[in-house]
Design a protein. Structure first.
Length: 112
């Protein structure tokens, strides 16, 4: 198998349906709501706030926020069969914008 065939096979495995299926199998929703995970992420975020590590805090907010948002969206579904005004799709887009806005604020605007 040549290098080009390996690259093509890799990108075939990155199709949206397969990525979503993989993330569903990982059971992200169970991890996000586990008390030990929440306590460790909260403690790490508190340390980041105290030591003013904005980059790590931004990454924590981004990762945990989108994991929770993805879990919510998978549970409710984001099908467009109801039209463009699907409630779960609008929640996904809205909270995605909020998460990105917080990260942009922490990284580029806040100078403290």
């Amino acid at each position: 198998m040549s290098l080009i065939d390996k690259v093509v096979d890799f990108f075939k495995s990155m199709q949206t349906e397969q990525v979503v299926g993989f993330l569903e199998q990982m059971k992200i929703g169970e991890l996000i709501h586990h008390p030990y995970f929440l306590a460790s992420v909260g403690a790490l975020a508190l340390i980041c706030v105290i030591l003013k590590w904005r980059l790590l805090l931004s990454f924590i907010i981004l990762a945990v926020g989108f994991a929770e948002l993805f879990n919510y969206s998978i549970a409710r579904g984001t099908a467009l069969g109801e039209g463009m005004g699907s409630e779960s799709l609008m929640i996904f887009v809205g909270f995605g914008v909020v998460i990105i806005s917080v990260v942009i604020y922490l990284l580029f605007i806040k100078s403290e």
